[in-house]
Design a protein around this ligand. Structure first.
Ligand code: NDP
Length: 296
């Protein structure tokens, strides 16, 4: 069934999911969640809700009063939403951010599927198992927190961090040390070290978890000469093919872009709400079509 046919079947039993963000009009989540509901013939609908920061508490309360099945939470609410929930999964609590809320009989539970979505996409879409690998992670914002936790849980050997604002990189390093102690070799280097071939040569996986590449005209993240031939590149930016991803393609390096993480984190939210296996290929296909339509 097509999403449009599904929408015409909305009735008294339709379950409502959605996304709380501000702004939210550019969100791609309604597109692929509605396609996934339609693919499985589920009587669900997914809507965007522009929730101003001062309205967040009331909006979360409305999940209960409107008997919504749950919502995704995006910028700027991922951290601020925690106090309004009844319980928080251990993973989301450790990261300090929630991207998925599930309403089960009036009880609201917060989850964070960003990190696990990243790992799932890396393994399933990228064919790369991070276990025992050395990873260089650029960034220390929300995406970097979720990804670094998930990487350590998946058994990487070494994690090198770098962030433009060194103090924020240090805060992430300290947070990881507190949560994981000796599970992985952790270090922080200056942001300019992203161009160090000394570091890059010992790395299996390079991740851009900064916003560099989101805007047209953004610079290439690293100098091309330093990338070793077997490195895997993951750029979490999802609104365009970034210069880093273009470089990976030119150099025939294995790579993934942020759309893959978006699909897999969304699939995990979908599974929390519906208790059904998400139709990943359908979700990925509609996203890729949208991406191609807007990049041509
Ligand atoms: P935050 O605002 O929390 O963090 C932004 C990060 O980017 C910080 O590390 C910041 O460094 C760095 N940064 C921003 N501008 C620059 C610059 N000009 N030079 C160097 N570093 C810079 O954002 P998020 O972590 O939430 O998001 C980061 C990226 O990840 C975005 O592109 C976002 O769209 C994407 N994302 C993708 C997801 C997916 O599913 N694919 C999920 C979540 C996010 P500093 O600390 O110095 O400011």
């Amino acid at each position: 069934m097509k999403s449009s046919e599904q929408l015409s079947k909305i009735d008294g039993k339709t379950k409502i999911a959605g996304v709380f963000g501000y702004p939210v009009e550019h969100s791609l989540s309604p597109l692929f969640h509605n396609a996934a509901f339609a693919r499985l013939g589920l009587n669900f609908v997914y809507l965007p809700f522009p929730v101003k920061p001062e309205e967040l508490k009331a909006a979360v309360k409305s999940i209960r009063s409107l008997s919504m099945v749950g919502v995704n939470v995006t910028i700027p609410h991922k951290e601020k939403v925690l106090p309004y929930l009844d319980q928080i999964s251990p993973g989301a609590k450790a990261i300090g951010a929630v991207n998925t809320i599930h309403n089960k009989e009036g009880k609201l539970t917060g989850y964070n599927t960003d990190g696990d979505g990243f790992i799932e996409s890396l393994k399933k879409q990228g064919g790369f198992d991070p276990k025992n690998k050395n990873v260089f992670l650029l960034g220390a914002g929300g995406a970097a927190y979720a990804i670094s936790f998930a990487l350590i849980k998946s058994g990487i050997k070494k994690l090198i961090l770098a962030n433009r604002t060194y103090s924020k990189g240090r805060a992430l390093l300290e947070h990881l040390k507190k949560n994981f102690q000796d599970e992985c070799q952790l270090s922080l280097v200056e942001f300019v070290e992203k161009n160090s071939s000394f570091i890059m040569n010992e790395i299996d996986l390079l991740i851009n978890a900064t916003s560099i590449g989101m805007h047209s005209g953004d610079p290439l993240l690293v100098v091309p000469e330093i990338l070793p031939p077997n490195i895997f590149i993951y750029d979490v930016v999802y609104n365009r093919k970034t210069p880093l991803l273009k470089l990976a393609e030119e150099k025939k390096l294995a790579s993934l872009g942020g759309l893959d993480m978006l699909v897999y984190q969304g699939a995990l939210s979908f599974e929390i709400w519906t208790d059904q296996k998400a139709p990943i290929e359908t979700m990925r296909k509609v996203l890729m079509e949208e991406f191609i339509a807007h990049s041509s």
